[in-house]
Design a protein around this ligand. Structure first.
Ligand code: CP
Ligand code: NVA
Length: 304
């Protein structure tokens, strides 16, 4: 058997067609209803998901592990520091070995090219559980949450307020795949990757003033100013992002029925006002729960 059999991976939102992404989100809401009704659904009996984490996680780990259990399969937590990867075994070899034993691999790591290398040598689907470049699983949950609360996001306008980071990059990809307009408000020096912005130049604008960015929008999104791996830049970043905190005053500039989303973990009093998280326009807890439903739909799609 060839080492590089063609399998579908989910390394970025661009790996699925827009129609596939929409079907996946519909399926996620259906799986959520079934889960709430207590309807048994175990199509992944006997299947195993390996999860490699080189960074911390609460939501990603728990949503994948609970999701696999609910679908009848099993999930295995592998901290990269405790495997031979941490002692220098090549990614290529790890991919060849793991993919002969498990049915799917989820990876959270720093360098996006590591996950691409892994996927290129894997016989089984590889899922991006966050890299420094993007966080596509989070976008499945974010889109599902918007659809459930407000219907289709096509033609709507979204404001990203804060760092031009991995989440921002996934919002740029989502603007293309789900057909919405994106306004990004970030301080100079913290822009998203210009090459990623260029792929969505027709629907994506970079602004410096967050108030201008949120004016009349349908969805306001933010994320931490200090992503995992940037801890040493804390002081400089907090200074640069002063004025970019999303609060009630900023939300009042958005459309009257605008929603607020945050992938979490949130830093109250930094990128978001603490009270906003529990306000009626905030859907952050549904968004967190939907990680599990959306990833169950993804697992069914990739290995079901
Ligand atoms: N939003 C998100 O990916 O959370 P974790 O870092 O807790 O997995
Ligand atoms: N941008 C954040 C997202 C955490 C889920 C980070 O990379 O740390």
């Amino acid at each position: 058997m060839s080492e590089t059999v063609a399998v579908r991976h989910f390394l970025s939102l661009l790996d699925l067609e827009p129609t596939e992404l929409r079907a996946l989100i519909r399926r996620a809401s259906e799986l959520k209803r079934m889960h709430r009704a207590g309807t048994p659904h175990a199509p992944l009996r006997g299947k195993v998901l390996a999860m490699i984490f080189a960074k911390s996680s609460t939501r990603t780990r728990v949503s994948f592990e609970a999701g696999m259990a609910q679908l009848g399969g099993a999930a295995m937590f592998l901290s990269s520091g405790d495997t031979q990867l941490g002692r220098g075994e090549p990614i290529e070899d790890t991919a060849r070995v793991l993919s002969r034993m498990v049915d799917c691999v989820m990876i959270r790591t720093f360098d996006h090219t590591d996950i691409e290398t892994f996927a290129a040598h894997s016989r089984v689907p590889v899922i991006n559980g966050l890299t420094d470049r993007c966080h596509p699983c989070q976008l499945l949950a974010d889109m599902q949450t918007y659809f459930e609360h407000r219907g289709d996001i096509a033609g709507k306008t979204v404001a990203w307020v804060g760092d031009g980071n991995n989440m921002c990059h996934s919002y740029i990809n989502a603007a293309r795949q789900f057909d919405f307009t994106l306004r990004i408000a970030c301080p100079e020096g913290y822009d998203p990757d210009a090459a990623i912005v260029a792929t969505a130049a027709d629907r994506c604008t970079i602004l410096r003033d967050p108030r201008q960015a949120v004016d009349g929008v349908d969805l306001v999104v933010t994320d931490t100013w200090i992503s995992m791996g940037q801890e040493e830049e804390k002081a400089r970043r907090e200074k640069a992002f002063a004025g970019y905190r999303v609060d009630h005053a900023m939300m009042r500039l958005a459309a009257p029925d605008a929603l607020f989303q945050h992938c979490l973990p949130a830093y109250r009093g930094k990128e978001v006002d603490g009270e906003l998280l529990d306000a009626p326009d905030s859907v952050v807890w549904d968004e967190a729960e939907n990680r599990m439903h959306a990833q169950k739909a993804l697992l069914e799609f990739l290995i079901g």
